[in-house]
Each structure stands twice: as structure tokens, then as C-alpha cells.
Write a protein that binds this ligand. Structure first.
Ligand code: R5P
Length: 316
């Protein structure tokens, strides 16, 4: 079935990205009023008719995570009750993704809970990017299109002429090895892995480097997200202590909470390349940071979903 009237609704999580996506598609954002009531509840009003429309709601669920999730659910509910034909939740960043399994007794699987909430609210599809674990797609009982920012990041690093034999792509932990290997395939160079142990949500311990050698070489570290920056800064310290030359970091989701801006600015990172999957405050924007827009990638995926065209072309 083809849907008429492509409609983009932007929540308050990332209005600039919603605008960029609408610009890519050559349409204007839907007229929506969103405001907080004095007690903190969120009020939403659609100021245009969306009956029968193919609606895409742009709302990364980054900090403030809980507010952004509830606002997304309320927006979905408003669109459903306004008789939208189809509703797609566009989650450039999906929060709570790290709580995706019972890793000790009597803990929730919050990623699954949030997926249930989104589908129960009325989302017919989900469009997302670089989920912390690809299996989270299966938490949703509706179709999920899962995009990757890695090719966009690699294109940027290719432009810096980092590719080649003097490059070592470093996985900051064992969970990111597969991702690092894909970067090696595109950029060339060798692979190294940092042995990371997490001691708490705020702190990690890293000491050993597996693979290499890295002495005198350019190190390029990739991670799906930087939250407190404990993982990435610890990994940078390890590669530097093993004699690496210039160190570059690429990440899709700059969550950058708590001590992250300070930790990153004190770390010997030559350039930190992030996407705009999440908004950045003035404090989070660092002098050595390059922000690459994912609006064309998301916009193109929306265009293809709307026209029932293949999206898998965008995965390469
Ligand atoms: C871990 O598995 C992730 O890929 C990231 O390395 C981690 O979640 C980043 O968190 P933080 O910046 O707080 O160390």
C-alpha cells in the first residue's frame, strides 16, 4: 500500500535534526505545539489535519531520557487519535539500549519495556540507527529499519587520508570488535583491541592492548556511543601508552553526560568525530570535535519507506 501525504513531526528532543530532515525531503515540519504543564506533565496539540497521513516522528531518546520517551509516546498517541494512516517512530538514538538483558538477578530488561511502550502507544514501524546491540530490533513486534552511520564516518576519515598501512583501527572493548573489523575492511590497516573491564556505570579499567603493533602509527578508535567517556578516554590512554602517534575517535551517538566533556578535553585526541543523532549543548561542543549530519541518511530512508522502496541499499 502506498501512503499519501508524507508528514514529519518533530518532538522537542532534537528540533534541529527534524528540520534538517524535513529540508532534505523538501517539506515543512508539521505544526505541533508541545508544552510542559506546571506540574511537569507534557501537553501536545497537532495544529494541522494529519488524517490518512504517513507520519514520521523524529525523537532521539537521549538525555533527558525519560522525558523524551514519554513525549514520544504522547506524540504517537496524538497522531493515532488524529487518524494518521501509519506512524513511524524515528529514533536516531535509542536510549535504555544498554539494559538489554538480565545480567544479574532481579533486574529489568528496560530496552524491551521501552520497545513495548512504543508499539503499545501505536507506532507501526521504527526507524533507528546504530542500536547498541543489533538484537534489540527483535524487541519490537513491528518492522524495524536499522541504519548504520559507519560508512559516513569512514568517508570522512578517508578524506583525512588516514586509510592505509600506518593505520590501526582500535576496538575500545571486545563488544565492538565486529564493528571495528568493518572499519578495517573499508579503511585498511590493522586491528587492535583494548581489554576493558567496567567497575561501575561511571568508571572502567583498561590496561592491555591486544593486537597491533601500534607504536608510531595512527590510531582510530570507534565506539557506538560516548556516555561518560570513561571507556573511550581509558582506551585512548592505553593506545598512547603503547606508543601510538595521532589518535582519532569516531562515534555515532555523542551522549556526553556528566564528566564526559571534561574527560574528553583532557584526553590527547587529535579529532573527535560524532554524528548529530543527538543535540549538543555549547558545553558539549569541543574545539577538536567534528559533527557529521545524519539528516540525509535518515531523510533518504524516510523517502524510501514512504514510497515502499528498498532501504537495504542504505546499509552498505
Ligand atoms: C559499551 O559497551 C559501549 O559501546 C560504550 O563503550 C559505553 O557504553 C560508553 O559508555 P561510557 O562513555 O560511559 O564509558
Amino acid at each position: 500500500m502506498l501512503y499519501d501525504h508524507l508528514t514529519i513531526v518533530g518532538g522537542r528532543a532534537h528540533p534541529a535534526l527534524a528540520r534538517e530532515i524535513a529540508d532534505y525531503l523538501g517539506i515543512t515540519l508539521a505544526a505541533v505545539e508541545i508544552a510542559d504543564f506546571p506540574d511537569g506533565e507534557i501537553g501536545v496539540k497537532l495544529n494541522q489535519n494529519i488524517r490518512g497521513c504517513d507520519v514520521f516522528i523524529i525523537q532521539p531518546t537521549g538525555p533527558p531520557v525519560n522525558r523524551n520517551i514519554i513525549e514520544l509516546l504522547i506524540l504517537i498517541d496524538a497522531c493515532r487519535r488524529a487518524s494518521a494512516a501509519r506512524i513511524t517512530a524515528v529514533l536516531p538514538y535509542f536510549g535504555y539500549a544498554r539494559q538489554d538483558r538480565k545480567d544479574s538477578g532481579r533486574v529489568p530488561i528496560t530496552a524491551k519495556l521501552v520497545a513495548n511502550l512504543i508499539t503499545t502507544a501505536g507506532a507501526d514501524r521504527v526507524l533507528t540507527m546504530d542500536l547498541h546491540a543489533a538484537q534489540i530490533q527483535g524487541f519490537f513486534d513491528v518492522p524495524v529499519d536499522h541504519l548504520f552511520a559507519a560508512p559516513i564516518l569512514d568517508e570522512y576519515f578517508q578524506g583525512l587520508k588516514l586509510a592505509g598501512k600506518d593505520l590501526v583501527v582500535v576496538s575500545p572493548d571486545e563488544g565492538s570488535i565486529k564493528r571495528a573489523l568493518q572499519h578495517v575492511e573499508r579503511l585498511g590497516g590493522a586491528l587492535a583491541i583494548v581489554d576493558k573491564r567496567r567497575s561501575s556505570a561511571m568508571n572502567t579499567q583498561q590496561a592491555n592492548l591486544i593486537g597491533g603493533p601500534i607504536r608510531g602509527k595512527t590510531a582510530l578508535l570507534f565506539d557506538d556511543m560516548i556516555s561518560t567517556a570513561g571507556s573511550i578516554v581509558g582506551a585512548v590512554t592505553v593506545v598512547k601508552s603503547h606508543g601510538a602517534g595521532d589518535v582519532y575517535v569516531g562515534t555515532t551517538h555523542p551522549v556526553l553526560c556528566g564528566p564526559a566533556p571534561k574527560r574528553l578535553s583532557e584526553s590527547p585526541i587529535r579529532e573527535l568525530v560524532v554524528t548529530n543523532s543527538l543535540p549538543l549543548s555549547a558545553e558539549q561542543r569541543l574545539p577538536n570535535m567534528k559533527v557529521i549530519s545524519v539528516a540525509p541518511l535518515l531523510g533518504e530512508a524516510i523517502r524510501r519507506i514512504h514510497r515502499n522502496e528498498s532501504v537495504s541499499y542504505l546499509f552498505d
